[in-house]
Design a protein around this ligand. Sequence first.
Ligand SMILES: Cc1cc2nc3c(=O)[nH]c(=O)nc-3n(C[C@H](O)[C@H](O)[C@H](O)COP(=O)(O)OP(=O)(O)OC[C@H]3O[C@@H](n4cnc5c(N)ncnc54)[C@H](O)[C@@H]3O)c2cc1C
Length: 302
Amino acid sequence: MDLHEALGRILSRPPLKDEPMSLHTSMKIGGPADFLVYPQNVEELRQVLLLAAQNDIPLFVLGNGTNLLVRDGGIRGIVLSLADMCSSYVFFNHSVRAGAALSLSKLGWEAAKRGLSGLEFTTGIPGSLGGALYMNAGAYGSSISELVREVSTIDFHGHYLVRTRGELEFSYRWSNFQEEKVIILECVLELIPGDKNTIMQRVNSIREERARKHPIYPSAGSVFRNPPGKPAGFLIEQSGCKGMEEGDAQVSYQHGNFIINRGNATAVNVLTLIDKIKQKVRDNFHLELEPEIRIIGENGGE
Ligand SMILES: Cc1cc2nc3c(=O)[nH]c(=O)nc-3n(C[C@H](O)[C@H](O)[C@H](O)COP(=O)(O)OP(=O)(O)OC[C@H]3O[C@@H](n4cnc5c(N)ncnc54)[C@H](O)[C@@H]3O)c2cc1C
C-alpha cells in the first residue's frame, strides 16, 4: 500500500511527508515524521485511525509540541494534529466546553475576561488543552485536573467515549490518558466565578514572573519532574549544572530545570546533557531525577 496516496484520498488537507519535527516543537529539535496529518473533522480523523489500525501503522498525537523531545531520527508512522478541527470553545453557566487543540493560555485569558477563576495558572504555558489534560499540566500549586468535569476521546480504533471526572485519574503530571491509546477531543472545565480585577491581577503577576524566570531561547519547559520535597531546578543548580553545555544545548542560567537550544542543538546533545545532569544530582543528593518531558522517536539523523 502507498500510504501517501491512501492518506491523500482520505484527507482534504494534503498530508506532509518527511516533515521535520523541529518545525513543530518548542525546542526546535526533532527529525522527520513519516507523515504529519491535519484531519479537518471527526470523519477524516476516524478514517485515518482505521487506516492505521488495519495496516499496523504507529500513530502519535501532537499537541503544540511544547513538552516534547523528538529524537534526531524522527517519528515512524503518522503524526496527527487536531489543530484544524478542535479549536472552538463555548462558555456556559460557569463552565467552558473547549476543543483539545485550543491554546491553554488563550482559554485562561478568555476565562479571566469573563471573571471566571481557576485557569490563571495557565498564563504563559504554551501547550494545547489536550496536551495539558494528557500531562495534567500545572503551576503555582494548581493543575488542570482540578477543573475537569468531563473529557471526550476517540480511541485508535475509532470508538468515541465521554468520561466524567469520577471515571478519570490524575496525579502530578500524570493522567490515565498516558496509559491509553486515545486522542483527547474536547473537555468541559468547571470554573469559579470571581472578581474580574483580582483575576486579571493574578494573570498579570504570573505573566511578569514567567517573563523574568523563563529563558527566551527555545525549550520544552521543565525537563525533570520535581522529586518529593525539593524542586528539580534547585537540585540541579546546587549540583553545579547551570550553564553546562553539550553542542548548542545548555542548562539555562535563568532556570536550572530548563535546557535551552541556543541554535543547532540535536536531540543527542539534549539527551547527553540530561544524563550528565542526572549523574551530578545522583552524586550530590543520592536522588534519581526523572524526565517530565516526553522523549519520543528514533535515534539517528545526521
Ligand atoms: C516555556 C515553557 C513553559 C512551560 N511551563 C509549564 C508549566 O508551568 N507547567 C506545566 O505543566 N507544563 C509547562 N510546560 C510544558 C508544556 O507546555 C505542557 O506540558 C503542555 O501541557 C503540553 O501541551 P502540548 O499541547 O504542547 O503537548 P505536546 O508537547 O504536543 O504533547 C505532550 C504529550 O501530550 C500528548 N497529547 C497532546 N495532545 C493530545 C491529545 N489531544 N490527545 C492525546 N494526547 C495528546 C502527546 O502525544 C504527548 O505525549 C512549559 C513549556 C514551555 C516551553
